[in-house]
Design a binder for this molecule. Structure first.
Ligand SMILES: Cc1ncc(COP(=O)(O)O)c(C=O)c1O
Length: 371
């Protein structure tokens, strides 16, 4: 064990794993890691106690946690998380896309869930430290990256539910990943969920809160039963306004060629404010694609797709990058977007975004952080 430089007044203890994978074992795991199945050798943990603040910062071997069965996170779901990726650029450097935006969103989620904020320098240091020790796990193949999963759980022991926990644990784990959807860039088919809602006004939809995802699994299973890949969420009040898709924000392309323009639903408080969505709001106009943040109803979606006015639909997010939507199904029947194949606007936006993230395009917006 040795000590490390301080951050926010904290010293990280470095406890290196005695069971690190050998370069050969790692290379084999990196061949075909899937998504979120393989984990690196270490994790970062930092504890919080009311009155004391953040303390006990460590880099330690990746491994199981020991939790009392009465730990509050297991009963009352005070759990928030983030998702971002580290890329290996062609010069070998390790780079992440807008990590400060993830730090800020983690803290907005924390505020909504009555959890403590994590200082941004601790968030950044946790990534830096993990990459310092597990950087060899960042793949160097196209479409592969190291998915970083920072998260925070409440750790008070006891079943009282009158107040939030007074103690918390922040962790950072990392998983080398390939494409989120197997088979590369191919259009997904989506199911419009009218039986279930993801988020209601005043609820937790804008937070990256674990319970939002627990509540989504049944609708996702229903989508799969209907032969679809993903569920699309509609607003809770009218089941009419399109909100987002699974773990991604949605974009609609109207017109084509020089007349193409983009629309994405506005952030009403029930959608997750995606960092990729935010990046596209800047990036698309620079590609000559005007954007508007305006609501889209299910009726307009169908009508515009059937008339040909709407030419493409795609979803965006850290995990799935930019994914075309080819077909839409609901209780009211099905319709196809364009010819059901990935469209030129979708592929152009995808190429620009991936180009920026992977260093093939200049970082003109200052979105990259090297670690
Ligand atoms: C519900 C939901 N919407 C949208 C997104 C896309 O967000 P981002 O672009 O920050 O990954 C995610 C993924 O984080 C999500 O879970």
């Amino acid at each position: 064990m040795n000590n490390d430089a301080t951050t926010s007044g904290l010293t990280f203890d470095i406890q290196l794993s005695h069971h690190r994978k050998t370069p050969e074992e790692r290379a084999q795991l990196l061949e075909n890691p899937g998504f979120g199945q393989v984990f690196t050798d270490h994790m970062v943990t930092i504890r919080y106690t009311e009155g004391q603040g953040w303390h006990d910062a460590k880099l330690e071997p990746y491994g199981p946690l020991t939790l009392d069965p009465a730990t509050s996170a297991l009963h009352y779901a005070q759990e928030i998380f983030e998702g971002l990726k580290a890329y290996r650029h062609s010069d070998g450097s390790l780079v992440s896309f807008r990590p400060e935006a993830n730090a800020a969103r983690l803290n907005r989620s924390a505020e909504r869930m009555a959890m403590p904020a994590l200082p941004e320098d601790l968030f950044m240091r946790s990534i830096e430290l993990l990459l310092e020790h597990d950087g060899a796990w960042v793949p160097d193949k196209d479409d592969f990256s190291l998915y970083l999963r920072p998260f925070m759980i409440s750790t008070d022991v006891g079943l009282g539910v009158n107040h939030p926990s007074r103690t918390y644990l922040y962790l950072l784990i990392a998983s080398p990943v390939g494409s989120y959807f197997s088979g590369g860039v191919k259009p997904v088919t989506v199911w419009l969920s009218k039986d279930y809602t993801r988020a209601a006004p005043g609820g937790t939809g804008a937070a990256k809160f674990a319970g939002n995802y627990a509540a989504s699994f049944l609708a996702q299973s229903q989508a799969v039963e209907q032969g679809c890949d993903q569920v699309v969420w509609l607003d809770a009040r009218e089941h009419r306004w399109v909100e987002e898709m699974g773990g991604m924000n949605l974009w609609f392309v109207f017109g084509s060629g020089e007349n193409a323009k983009l629309r994405t639903p506005p952030l009403t408080g029930t959608l997750l404010p995606g960092i990729t969505r935010d990046a596209l709001l800047t990036l698309a106009p620079d590609l000559g694609l005007p954007v508007e943040e305006e609501p889209l109803s299910v009726e307009e979606w169908r009508r515009a797709a059937e008339s040909g006015e709407m030419t493409e639909v795609f979803a965006c997010g850290t995990a799935a990058v930019v994914t075309p939507v080819g077909h839409v199904k609901s209780d009211d029947g099905a319709f196809t977007i364009g010819d059901g194949e990935p469209g030129p606007v979708t592929m152009r936006v995808r190429e620009e975004l991936v180009g920026l993230q992977t260093g093939k395009r200049a970082d003109k917006y200052g979105w990259l952080t090297s670690f």
